[in-house]
Design a protein around this ligand. Structure first.
Ligand SMILES: Cc1ncc(COP(=O)(O)O)c(C=O)c1O
Length: 449
């Protein structure tokens, strides 16, 4: 079976009716005036309906880590679609879902190999929050219900994730959704850490805020702390040296669970399986999605410490349903088939080690933008980088948006959040692609005021 580019379906914007699709996280009216469409993808590139090749500097949305339309994944999905389209996982199951969980468990930290499947990062976050509450209740501490997030954190868009998240624009329309959250301060400190290569030197003391919140709320009321080890969506904010270790210490001291939201960092982004491995800090749960199956079919998961899993399971007599939670599509057969194929591909191609090997080249290249027009900070780790621009007076985000559009016209897909470019290419990126990505960004910045 030859599968060069089976998804290619060139339809121009002119031939489409654009009004029916309410686009997510998009300026709908602006977009529909001047749409940007992608209709095909292979390896490091997208193709537009007009046949233009676009270098993917963002792995789609931080998710296509093995590159696009990889044959083993495509074939696994096609086979599964023809064999069994759907089977429930409530009081029933199918073999692939167990195989998929085992494949994931092979790369998780030791003793953290229980996997609850969801369909997205948002669902993973809300599921992890419920597991935290169920765990404390199972252990006789039902008062532990408060979940602590962090300012500028992104944990998806469901009610739990929105409440515990810390991006003001995402919360504004939905304030005080859940009373049982509080927030640590963001670790972002450009005054001390601008142009850091890798982890910033200053800011370990931001973790001590957790002690303040423990004093305020009392540990007996706190269930969990959730943080992104590297905050992605808010514009690539890296943990200061020692910060995650200290958070871990304080959580352990007070019996609070530590959840790493690894939706972006999971499956190789930092050159290791998880950020937990990179930073050598072990959380109690990890939320994942995206690269778990190369984003080929929606899929997420919560990876749970065995001790937490066992406490929840053992609290109910055999024959009782231990955790009243799940989604119709938890472990969907096609998503599961894609997980198995993706995890095998990562292993066969040593994808994570490859990312680690090319990361120093990527670091040098992105820091070469230090003197590019408008740039006020560059930060990076593994194959992720944030390039921050000075905002245009009175029009925050406009400058970066215009440069993003320019990059797209010049054949490169980047992502912006506010005035920050977030680069997160597929892990199969080559040096020549990195050169193109960075030089296009530099040229685009010259054109915007
Ligand atoms: C850290 C983090 N958590 C959660 C999510 C939400 O994932 P999804 O969009 O699949 O719901 C994202 C998405 O980018 C994320 O980056």
């Amino acid at each position: 079976m030859k599968l060069e580019n089976p998804t290619m379906h060139p339809v121009s914007a002119d031939a489409l009716s654009l009004e029916h699709f309410w686009m997510p996280f998009t300026a709908n009216r602006q977009f529909k005036q001047a749409p940007r469409l992608l209709s095909g993808a292979k390896d490091m590139h997208y193709t537009t309906p007009e046949g233009r090749k676009i270098l993917d500097g963002t792995a789609g949305l931080w998710c296509v880590n093995a590159g696009h339309c990889r044959a083993p994944i495509v074939e696994a999905i096609q086979r599964q679609a023809a064999t069994m389209d759907f089977a429930p996982t409530f009081q029933m199951a199918h073999p692939l879902v167990f195989e998929a969980a085992t494949a994931v468990a092979q790369v998780t930290p030791e003793g953290m190999d229980r996997v609850f499947f969801t369909n997205s990062g948002s669902e993973s976050v809300d599921t992890a929050m419920k597991i935290a509450l169920a765990y404390h209740r199972a252990r006789g501490e039902p008062s532990r219900r408060l979940i602590i997030g962090r300012e500028r954190g992104y944990h998806g868009v469901n009610f739990g994730g929105t409440a515990v998240g810390g991006i003001p624009g995402n919360r504004k329309t939905f304030p005080q959704l859940m009373a049982i959250v509080d927030h640590l301060r963001s670790t972002h400190d450009m005054a001390r850490n601008a142009f850091s290569r890798g982890m910033p030197a200053h800011g370990v003391e931001f973790a001590d805020e957790l002690e303040r919140l423990v004093t305020l709320h009392d540990a007996s009321n706190i269930a969990a702390v959730i943080v992104e080890p590297v905050a992605g969506s808010t514009g690539v904010l890296l943990p200061p040296k020692g910060y995650l270790e200290r958070l871990r210490e304080i959580c352990t001291k007070h019996g609070i669970l530590l959840i790493f939201d690894e939706v972006i960092t999971g499956f190789g982004r930092l050159g290791t399986s998880f950020a937990a491995d990179f930073f050598k800090v072990r959380p109690d749960m990890m939320t994942v999605a995206k690269a778990i199956n190369n984003a080929a079919i929606p899929m997420g998961a919560v990876i749970v410490d065995n001790r937490i899993h066992d406490a929840v399971i053992d609290a109910t007599p055999v024959g009782g349903i231990e955790f009243m939670h799940g989604y119709t599509y938890s472990g969907h057969p096609m998503a599961a088939a894609a997980v198995i194929a993706t995890q095998q591909l990562y292993k066969d191609e040593q994808t994570f080690a490859r990312a680690a090997a090319i990361a120093p080249y990527f670091e040098d290249a992105v820091h070469g933008l230090r003197d590019a027009r408008h740039v006020i900070d560059v930060r990076n780790l593994g194959l992720v980088a944030g390039i921050e621009l000075a905002p245009r007076a009175g029009a925050p985000g406009k400058r970066a948006y215009e440069a993003f559009v320019k990059c797209f016209e010049m054949g490169v897909l980047v992502r912006t959040t506010g005035d920050i470019f977030a680069l997160s290419p597929p892990l199969i990126i080559e040096k020549s692609h990195i050169d193109q990505l960075v030089s296009t960004l530099r040229d685009a910045l010259k054109t915007v005021e």
